[in-house]
Write a protein of this length. Sequence first.
Length: 111
Amino acid sequence: MLSCELLDNLNKYISIINPPIIEGISGVKHQFYLIGKIKNSIQKEEFVVVDYCEDEQSLLQFFIKSIDVKSKLKIAICKNITEEMKKFSSLCNIFLIRSIEDIIKVIKENL
């Protein structure tokens, strides 16, 4: 669950979409832990997507979902980050973080 302080900080950069479900270009509806529409974006709609990933397989699933919704920024929360996850995420422009509190740091540095 996101703290009020974290939500306030996120609201400076993104508009939180609730519930965090969005339809991809494939027509499939995808659920994430968090979806935010980027404020002051040059594009009509650009999104930040965040999800929990337990292992390499769930990271791959997250990547596929994030591509389908054309996300600008992909953030995966992983408790146990493996070398394989690091390699895959660097190839796919996915930011790996260990805790929810790191979301705002990644957004600040990359938007």
